[in-house]
Structure formats: structure tokens, C-alpha cells
Design a protein around this ligand. Structure first.
Ligand code: ADP
Ligand code: MG
Length: 218
């Protein structure tokens, strides 16, 4: 269960400040599949990173499974990010000089090598790419690169997957495949939070959170 209460986020730089999130209160049930929609600049990515343990709120509270995330020590917060959260981005963010298999192993850098291979292979199998584990990202299509990114996000079996416009750089058909993959992961118990501009996809999730100028409007 994710509970955000009266969260504010103010970015300050050279004397000016910008309120990216205003009085955001929302809860997301364990195992839910929700989407976040809103215009560019409305605070969607900021809200995701708040949940992801990356961006502390300027005010308010973020609790995950009853734990106030931003009251954790730096070390425990890093554990939270590693064990609880899988991130998928619009731009895939794969390391170009590592193979698909090695990219998927990245979050496992504290795990033994043998176990890393097995876990990475399992995650790649889940996204249907175990046969391409030795390819470099440049030898994969956009949809395949995003599937590798999804495999990397799930390799630690995190309960929560945060996907920031994961279909934004893909054609409709490939985007649909990624969406179906997220649905499948949701069916296996992962909580999925999807930021998207695609209202058709958003409406297929269980709950749509609409942001406008940093506020939840629906
Ligand atoms: P969205 O993902 O909905 O497009 P963001 O959450 O990325 O919006 O950003 C919301 C607003 O906060 C934007 O106006 C953006 O410029 C601003 N913002 C985001 N991150 C920072 C930052 N690190 N410093 C200053 N302003 C930021
Ligand atoms: Mg964004």
C-alpha cells in the first residue's frame, strides 16, 4: 500500500522556486495497476520519483507498507529503492556497451555471479528475450530495448514497478506489447504505476490519476 498525504514539492534554483506538486493526497493499493496522466510539466515524473524514493517531498508524507520512506536512513532508503522499486523510462536508459543480459544484471551488483546469470536469464525469459541476451542494445529494436529495460526493472522482483511513459517512443503496436507485458506483471502481483499520454491505455488501468499544474484534479 502506497499512501501519499498532503505532499508538496518545491524546486528552488537561483532565488526562484517552482511548486511541482501541490497538496497531493493519494493511496494506491497493493497489487493495483494505476495510471498517471496530465500535460507535460504537470508533475507526473516528480510524483513517480517521490514514490520511488528519489525525490523527497518538501512537505507531507510518503508511506509504503506503513513505512515513512523519507524518514529512513540513507542506507535504508537505498535498500528501499533497490528492493521495492523497478523503474522503466521512455528512453529505455540501457547502457550501450553492455549486452542485454548484462544490462539486466545491473541491479544485481550486490548478488553472486552465478545467481546473477540465472536471475537475468529468468527476467529476460519473462519478457520473451532470453534468446537475445548477448545482443547489444544497438542490435535490438526499440520495443526489444524497452523489454530489456522492463526485464532490468523486474530482475530483483520489486513489488512496485514505476513506468514513466514507457510507450512514448514506440509505435502503437509495440507500445501495446509493452502495455500487455505490464498487465501480465500486474497479474503476477506487482503494483504498476504507469505515466502515459495515451488516454486509451490509461483507461484500461484500474485507476487514472489526473494531474494539472501539480495538483490531482481527478
Ligand atoms: P511531467 O513529468 O508531468 O512532464 P515533471 O514532474 O517532470 O512533469 O516536472 C514538473 C515541473 O517541475 C516542471 O515544470 C519541471 O520543469 C519542474 N521540475 C522538475 N524537476 C525539476 C528540478 N530538478 N528542478 C527544477 N524544476 C524541476
Ligand atoms: Mg515526465
Amino acid at each position: 500500500m502506497i499512501e501519499i498525504k498532503s505532499a508538496e514539492k518545491v524546486f528552488r534554483s537561483n532565488g526562484s522556486s517552482f511548486e511541482a506538486l501541490k497538496d497531493v493526497t493519494v493511496s494506491i493499493a497493493k497489487g493495483a495497476f494505476v495510471s498517471i496522466v496530465g500535460q507535460s510539466g504537470s508533475g507526473k515524473s516528480t510524483l513517480l520519483s517521490l514514490i520511488g524514493g528519489i525525490t523527497p517531498p518538501s512537505a507531507g508524507e510518503v508511506k509504503v507498507d506503513a513505512v515513512p520512506v523519507y524518514e529512513l536512513s540513507n542506507e535504508k532508503l537505498a535498500d528501499y529503492r533497490r528492493e521495492y522499486i523497478g523503474f522503466v523510462f521512455q528512453q529505455f536508459h540501457l547502457i550501450p556497451y553492455l549486452t542485454a543480459g548484462e544490462n539486466v544484471m545491473l541491479p544485481l551488483c550486490v548478488t553472486g555471479k552465478k545467481k546473477m546469470d540465472t536471475l537475468a536469464e529468468g527476467a529476460l525469459r519473462k519478457v520473451g528475450l532470453d534468446h537475445k541476451s548477448s545482443r547489444l542494445p544497438s542490435q535490438l529494436s526499440g520495443g526489444e530495448q524497452q523489454r530489456v529495460a522492463v526485464a532490468r526493472a523486474i530482475v530483483n522482483s520489486p513489488p512496485i514497478i514505476l513506468a514513466d511513459e514507457p510507450t512514448g517512443n514506440l509505435d502503437t503496436e509495440t507500445g501495446e506489447e509493452i502495455f500487455k507485458l505490464l498487465e501480465e506483471l500486474n497479474g503476477e502481483g506487482h503494483t504498476i504505476i504507469l505515466v502515459t499520454h495515451n488516454l486509451e491505455l490509461a483507461n484500461r488501468t484500474q485507476k487514472v490519476i489526473q494531474l494539472k499544474d501539480g495538483r490531482i484534479v481527478a
